[in-house]
Design a protein around this ligand. Sequence first.
Ligand code: AMP
Length: 302
Amino acid sequence: MSLLVVGSVAFDALESPYGKVDRTIGGAATYFAVAASFFAPVNLVAIVGQDFTAEDRKIFKGRHIDIEGLECAEGKCFFWAGRYSENLNERVTLTTELNVFADFKPKLPEKYRSSKYVFLANIAPDLQRDVLKQVKGKPKLAALDTMNYWIERTPAELRETLKHVDILMINDSETRQLSNEHNLLRAAKHIFKMGPKTLVVKRGEYGAMLVDSKGVFCVPAFPLEEPHDPTGAGDSFAGGFMGYLAGAGNVNDATLRRAMVYGSVLGSFTVEKFGLDRLRTLKRSEIHARARHFAKLTQFKL
Ligand code: AMP
């Protein structure tokens, strides 16, 4: 089943202890779409500026990604710059320039409106809601990601949008910030009252945790000797997770657990190289091999 995503398509400047790039394609929706397209066809809703060239568009070519919903406007692409700490666990945002996103009014192509799986990637919460409203009927699954930038600047809009989604998928510090709870299980209870009935907490090198009414399920992060750049790991996780579910066409305890593993698999590939470099060459066979490796990593007898 096809999967709709709205979010940023951007240029990023990245600095980590392993190197520096001044300008590379990024954006939450870009990582998400590329990761998800290994499992299900993706419909992309975003906006780029005139600085996004035909060469840049090639990132979506040859994959199951429909870009009819990728608008091109006068002006420049969203731009983000970030720097990572020595252990890659912390990052500071150096610059966020909304550029063409500042005046974006998303309009879904007719064929996107029947999407059953919807992912509202990290972007202004009112834009996320606007997209969700244009989807016909109630999607089978709607999930949302956000970040401190929106939690701090647009809390009321975010609260309103959260009422309409099934899954909130954010990192641990954002979970704590949004709920005002340090403990993640208590934070989950708090978040359930805001609307979503499932919380997926992305915990970087500590893996990810899903909390819902049935309980808790955890996956580790894949142990890597030389991670290079964590940018987009969260969005790739979300792409693997939602892509797997849309491909399976069924949301239940078993598919949600496998989706957590495929999320972690996609996130682990992204951090191996800078920006989208690792996802560009990734093969389906490598994804499945790593998923099998995850099964071995976590198997034990009692
Ligand atoms: P992640 O590392 O998964 O948090 O995602 C990083 C991507 O998010 C980068 O490629 C950025 O272009 C994009 N990004 C950073 N800040 C924002 C923001 N405020 N809104 C939307 N996208 C953002």
